[in-house]
Design a protein around this ligand. Structure first.
Ligand SMILES: C[S@@+](CC[C@H](N)C(=O)[O-])C[C@H]1O[C@@H](n2cnc3c(N)ncnc32)[C@H](O)[C@@H]1O
Length: 195
């Protein structure tokens, strides 16, 4: 995964930046979790920093995490807001982040994790969630991109995995077309909260 991202870093980050977060995250917004002043957001797998920049501009306090230091460098250069905290860290461990967050954004990342890592991630994410906070996971449906080491994800799997946690499903979006206009990709988003 990392090699494929590094090889195409500039092209991919430019591509992701074309997306409009208001459209991409309309489900999150429609459920009342729009970024705003005093909202703490953790963006894991932040990629180009598009969503970290968006949320910060709307007043949220953002911690943006990615597994790749090179990705974080590009993100920080594109979104130089000094209030964004950029951290190189990895799901499922996320060992360098502390605190509690109102929104934990996992956008376009779940398909990169092995099932066992997804399971462990849910347990870790629960510890980073504020009392009334939400974990927002987007599921990439359709054929996985093997070059970028993607695996299949499903709502059914998520249902099974949260059984071992103190989390529950708050809401599920309908299946949406890809907002970056890829024909073979569709998305479904899930909001999780504490039981
Ligand atoms: C498809 S991109 C999505 C970027 C951004 N969230 C978006 O929606 O445009 C996936 C990102 O997740 C990062 N990533 C992949 N596996 C990760 C992991 N285990 N922990 C943290 N970040 C990871 C990649 O480096 C990449 O930046």
């Amino acid at each position: 995964m990392q090699k494929a991202y590094l090889k195409n870093l500039k092209k991919l980050t430019q591509f992701w930046e074309q997306g409009n977060p208001d459209e991409i995250h309309h489900f999150l917004i429609s459920k009342g979790f729009s970024p705003r002043k005093n909202l703490n957001m953790l963006d894991i797998g932040c990629g180009s920093g598009r969503d970290a920049g968006w949320a910060t501009n709307l007043g949220a306090k953002v911690v943006a995490v990615d597994i790749l230091p090179e990705m974080l460098k590009v993100a920080q250069e594109s979104h130089p807001d000094p209030t964004i905290k950029w951290i190189c860290d990895t799901l499922p461990e996320i060992s360098k982040v502390s605190g509690r967050f109102d929104v934990i954004l996992i956008s376009g990342v779940w398909q990169h994790l092995l099932p066992i890592e997804r399971k462990k991630s849910l347990i870790k994410l629960e510890t980073l969630l504020s009392k009334k906070g939400v974990i927002y996971i987007s599921l990439r449906l359709g054929e996985p991109d093997l070059e970028r080491c993607m695996l299949k994800v499903s709502l059914r799997e998520l249902y099974t995995m949260i059984k071992n946690t103190n989390l529950k499903i708050l809401d599920i979006s309908c299946v949406n077309k890809d907002f970056l206009n890829r024909n073979n990709v569709a998305w479904q988003s899930v909001l999780l909260t504490k039981n």
